[in-house]
Design a protein around this ligand. Structure first.
Ligand SMILES: C[S@@+](CC[C@H](N)C(=O)[O-])C[C@H]1O[C@@H](n2cnc3c(N)ncnc32)[C@H](O)[C@@H]1O
Length: 233
């Protein structure tokens, strides 16, 4: 089981206030996984009907997701997605930025795109954008690429790789949802590489002192969340 630095465990809400440590959160996840597995096993023993199949599919998916986080995901950034409200707000901000700067194409990158939830919303809301999601965890990345192949949009693509060596000098906007120390390190990288005028949006965690926020966007979704928005000088 992976072990986490308490300060680097990015829950989208304050579970940390309720639970004593990051390890406890993982233990709870393990407990939930076992409960879901037990429910799935019990359901399989019942006569299968359409009404029992629907919750079973959801339970199976939740079980696989949690099992993945506890076993295969060895990074200290869980594959959590930004919430609906966060995605919408971030995409709307970028849409305004794209039209204000008259950029076509407007190049957006999601550093650590997970299963692609945020990238899909951005690409759909900004038709003139070229959105690239970079994700090194193979299963979520393959899932995102598959959904894109089936459902589009065409202005979205994924690269299953590490984002650290990726050259960001051609990017108009970078978004990410990482953890406190990675957000600061990515901030240093982007400060070196981005051209002036480019936008950086970090979900939940602020960048280091070399950046001054242009705006801090708060939203409820249903948890209290925020995104830090910066513009390169
Ligand atoms: C919290 S998820 C964010 C998902 C998505 N950006 C969103 O906002 O919905 C962070 C993702 O970053 C990925 N990640 C962490 N370090 C990475 C790296 N060096 N290169 C590529 N992906 C990375 C993790 O595997 C994880 O899926």
């Amino acid at each position: 089981m992976p072990s986490f630095d308490q300060k680097d465990f990015p829950m989208p809400f304050s579970v940390r206030k309720i639970l004593p440590s990051a390890q406890s959160q993982l233990n709870i996840l393990g407990g939930v996984t076992l409960a879901l597995a037990a429910f799935a096993a019990w359901s399989l023993l019942q006569p299968l009907t359409w009404t029992s199949a629907v919750p079973l599919v959801f339970v199976g998916y939740a079980f696989l997701r949690i099992a993945y986080e506890l076993t295969l995901n060895r990074e200290n950034v869980p594959t959590l997605a930004t919430t609906f409200a966060g995605r919408r707000k971030i995409a709307n901000f970028l849409r305004e930025d794209a039209s204000a700067r008259g950029k076509d194409p407007y190049r957006v990158i999601d550093l650590g795109s997970g299963r692609g939830e945020l990238t899909r919303v951005i690409a759909k809301r900004i038709p003139q954008a070229k959105v690239v999601g970079i994700e090194f965890a193979r299963i979520p990345c393959a899932q995102a690429a598959l959904v894109q192949r089936w459902l589009g949009p065409k202005n979205l693509s994924y690269e299953c790789r590490d984002f650290w060596p990726f050259d960001c000098s051609d990017i108009d906007a970078a978004v990410f949802y990482l953890n406190p120390s990675m957000a600061r390190r990515v901030g240093e990288k982007l400060h070196r590489e981005l051209k002036p005028g480019s936008v950086v949006i970090s979900h939940t965690f602020p960048l280091g002192d070399e950046w001054t926020p242009l705006k801090i966007m708060d939203y409820r979704s249903p948890f209290k969340e925020r995104a830090y928005i910066y513009r390169k000088d």
